[in-house]
Unconditional design. Sequence first.
Length: 398
Amino acid sequence: MNVPLPSASTNGLTAHDIVVLLVDDQPIIAEAVRRMLADQPDVTLHYCQDPTQALEMANRVHPTVILQDLLMPDVDGLMLVKFFRVNPATRETPMIVLSSKEEPVIKAQAFARGASDYLVKLPDKVELVARIRHHSRGYISLLQRNEAYEALDRSRAVLAEQIDAAARYLRSLLPAPATKPVKLDWRYIPSADLGGDTFGYDWLDGDHLALYILDVTGHGLDSALFAVTIMNVLRSRALPDADFRQPGQVLARLNDAFPMEQYGEKNFTIWYGVYEKPSNNLRWSGGGHPEGVLIDPSGVTKLLKSEGPMMGMMPWPEWETSETTIEPGSRLYVLTDGVHEIHKVDGSEWTFNELVEFLLKPQDGEESMMDRLHRHVCELHGSELLDDDFSIIEACFG
């Protein structure tokens, strides 16, 4: 939509002067209106005597209000009102129609065609100025509102591009699926505003596989980039005095390294486990994170609980390390809360127990359990756009 030419800038929004376009075939009317507005320094008057040129002039001068006579040669005044309303540049511009007398039928027709106001000419100066200012003020507010919305849309588009780029970057850092000696796969579907999820796994040596998943508080780029920082520390094993084969030690050193007061008051949850291949032993520790779900070949389920507090919240003397034996053919799922804290269409929330029950269902066909799970939670939520990142690792032990 074309807008009046700006005269100043206030609070980031364009300030507009009042611009009046008078369409009337009688120069004497134009002179009378000119004199009425002569002492209004912020009001600019443009006069169009030829109604066939009115649309062209309106497109050029961008009026904040149009004064238009209804009785003019060559062009029917009511039809011109309609033309102004279908013209993109004047579709929303206030229109005050001028008539020589008060006629209810004509007045009703004018309003039906899109007129904003009706005056019997020539009105008193005080009334004319008041109506011009009233309608112009509303129109300028509309323009500024639209400008603010357009600026907001542009900002959202830029932010969406940044979040999309950050999501692609995060995905590029995630490990490749593996098939042996442990089959490892994952799914990462970020939310629209990008949560703080990330995860990874790697063999510390020929016998020990470390796998971890974490979730930084909050959403957005700052949470995502903080998650990347923590992941890089774990990948590079850059924690002083930490044996990465000992989950409790790793969490203790992470808690020391990332106090929330030094990282924008952000903390994070984590589940960290180490699988020892020769003994089929799994040791794990967790801080504020959802349990891991271990399912043996017969369908017996064990929840690998996260006993410690969230990372960075407070000094903590020791993180408990738990352990269990993994039978061949078992499946392990470690995940973030975006997988099970699903707000359903009916307003209720999917529970962790319901998630475990779903993981126990027999798999049919070629679709992986993680894809089935993602499709299921999207159906529960009523949308493929979830409230939080959907992040899950599946480890299958042969």
